[in-house]
Ligand binder design. Structure first.
Ligand SMILES: Cc1cc2nc3c(=O)[nH]c(=O)nc-3n(C[C@H](O)[C@H](O)[C@H](O)COP(=O)(O)OP(=O)(O)OC[C@H]3O[C@@H](n4cnc5c(N)ncnc54)[C@H](O)[C@@H]3O)c2cc1C
Length: 499
């Protein structure tokens, strides 16, 4: 029977377990599943941990199913619990809070494990962080502090998005380097503290929602390079891209250029009667944050579905677009377009946007572009900008997720060793090199490994769009399919593994 190790049991690990359960009948027989991660917060990961309910999932439940081929799975779970997840009568999406979505992940994985157990699989849990991963004959040895386990195949799902200490402030009193869990990091912040948040994306929005819920009354400045807030989610609409499709993409000459994609995007929006120039201007030449926020909120119920079509296309074929894109264009995206693209592609709920506008009205929120440095200044901080301006703050909260963000410290040792041994290789655009069709790790000679797979944030260099649950379920399914196709392992060779 095959034994499969899942290293890292956060959200991405959850999608891997669900994908194995969905395909269990395609394996030659029941196998063994070995789950390796510390016990705290399993399946919830960082984003959906038990924390304040003031932060919402930014995707509707229909797009966040654990199962690639059962989009309604999460919706059914929510309905059974009496939770509202369908758009209201005006078409405004409703969202679960992130901790409640975490409940879904926990329940969904339990259901998947039950499916596997019922089919004869054995489930083993190693409640420790992996410290090493090594190839051993036709298998993989996963090491951890108290021992090791040998499996036939392993999938690395250790996450990413470690916050970047861009200004060397870690350990400085008054500097909050990681705002999660929000309740622990922010609930005790003095009510009238002047706060600077480094970053203006989704994590910064979380910080604002949490501070508001915890009764903070002072001013918050979001200071980032781009000065861009996430866009505001528009009303629910049945959108199915007819132009930005896998088929049309496949028909384009290689390598695909940004101009080709822009032409398809124009055709897509205009075929639906939308205003492409307006959508494109909002992405390429966005207005200052507060003005853009107010306008997007005003437009959120518009019948022009151009924005929703393009956002849908990012989910459907964003990774394929990235894989087909000209190398120079990819570098250009990473260098100059990244913040604008992510602001567009990861919209926040309208209810969150309404609260942001209220904070602006009350002069408790401002968004500043062109951050240059943050330095200690007496018992506070000074945030300096490219235009020479500077803001004082009592506290600084780190909410940066840069395009070249580092790996999680918990996995750094293991990944470092695997790189040194040649088992894993760096992708030039970040993360680890993988075979782009199957998710197999590529070693330093470019050889795909039948025994080691990589899923999630570590594959960001290869696929770029690696932050949505829908993107994980697709790749998890491909890995499960590849695992099911592998020949059954022969009897184990030598090196007994400690338990
Ligand atoms: C604030 C925030 C909000 C988001 N909201 C949404 C949303 O609404 N909708 C959406 O689709 N996406 C959202 N995302 C994106 C996406 O869902 C998350 O990025 C996703 O949860 C990432 O999951 P993960 O498992 O890769 O990482 P993590 O959640 O970080 O989990 C990684 C796991 O790996 C474990 N691990 C690390 N090192 C080791 C090791 N050495 N050995 C064993 N285990 C290890 C960790 O303990 C952890 O359990 C959000 C992301 C963030 C950060």
């Amino acid at each position: 029977m095959p034994s499969i190790g899942v290293i890292g049991c956060g959200t991405v690990g959850a999608t891997m377990v669900a994908a194995l359960a969905a395909r269990h009948e395609q394996f030659g027989g029941p196998g063994e599943l070995v789950l390796v991660d510390r016990p705290e917060g399993r399946w919830r990961g960082r984003a959906y941990q038990r924390d304040t309910e003031a932060v919402l999932a930014n995707g509707p439940m229909i797009g966040m199913s654990l199962y690639l081929n059962d989009a309604q799975h999460g919706v059914r779970w929510a309905e059974a619990k009496g939770l509202a997840v369908h758009p209201d009568e005006r078409g405004v999406h409703r969202f679960l809070s992130r901790p409640v979505y975490g409940d879904y992940l926990e329940d969904g994985v339990e259901e998947a494990l039950e499916t596997l157990r019922a089919a004869g699989w054995s489930i083993r849990s190693v409640e420790e962080t992996a410290t090493g991963v090594e190839r051993d004959g036709a298998g993989v040895v996963i090491r951890y502090a108290s021992g090791s386990v040998r499996v036939d195949q392993a999938v690395l799902c250790v996450g990413g998005r470690a916050d970047d200490d861009a200004y060397g402030l870690n350990g400085t009193p008054g500097y909050i380097d990681d705002p999660y869990p929000l309740r622990e990091a922010l609930a005790e912040v003095p009510q009238d503290a002047e706060i600077a948040v480094i970053g203006s994306g989704m994590i910064a929005t979380d910080v604002l929602m949490a501070l508001r819920a915890f009764g903070h009354r002072g001013r918050v400045t979001l200071a980032s390079r781009s000065g861009l807030l996430p866009s505001v989610r528009r009303k629910a609409a049945r959108v199915l891209p007819a132009v930005l499709t896998a088929e049309r993409l496949a028909a384009l000459p290689r390598p695909v250029r940004m101009a080709d994609i822009a032409a398809l995007a124009r055709e897509e929006v205009e075929a639906a009667g939308g205003d492409f120039a307006a959508v494109a201007a909002d992405i390429m030449d966005p207005a200052p944050a507060e003005e853009r926020l107010r306008r997007q909120l005003d437009d959120a119920l518009s019948d022009d579905i151009g924005t929703q079509l393009l956002q849908r296309a990012v989910i459907e074929i964003g990774q394929d677009l990235w894989l087909a894109l000209d190398e120079g264009d990819r570098e250009e995206v990473l260098r100059t377009l990244h913040s604008r693209l992510w602001s567009f592609a990861s919209p926040i709920p309208q209810s969150t946007a309404v609260k942001l506008v209220e904070l602006c009205d009350e002069k408790r929120l401002r968004v500043r572009a062109g951050i240059e440095t943050v330095e200690r200044d007496g018992d506070g901080f000074l945030v300096r900008y490219e235009d020479g301006a500077a803001d004082r703050a009592d506290l600084v909260v780190n909410a940066v997720t840069s395009v070249y963000r580092p790996e999680p410290p918990s996995a750094g040792g293991m990944l470092g060793l695997a790189r040194t041994s040649g088992l894993l290789a760096d992708h030039p655009h970040g993360g680890i090199r993988v075979d782009e069709v199957t998710g197999r790790a590529l070693d330093t000679s470019g050889q795909a490994d039948d025994h080691l797979f990589v899923l999630g944030e570590l594959t960001r260099g290869a696929y770029y769009f690696v932050s949505a649950v829908a993107a994980f379920t697709r790749r998890a399914d491909e890995i499960a399919a590849a695992l099911a196709e592998l020949p059954a392992p022969r009897a184990r060779d030598a090196v007994p593994a400690a338990g």
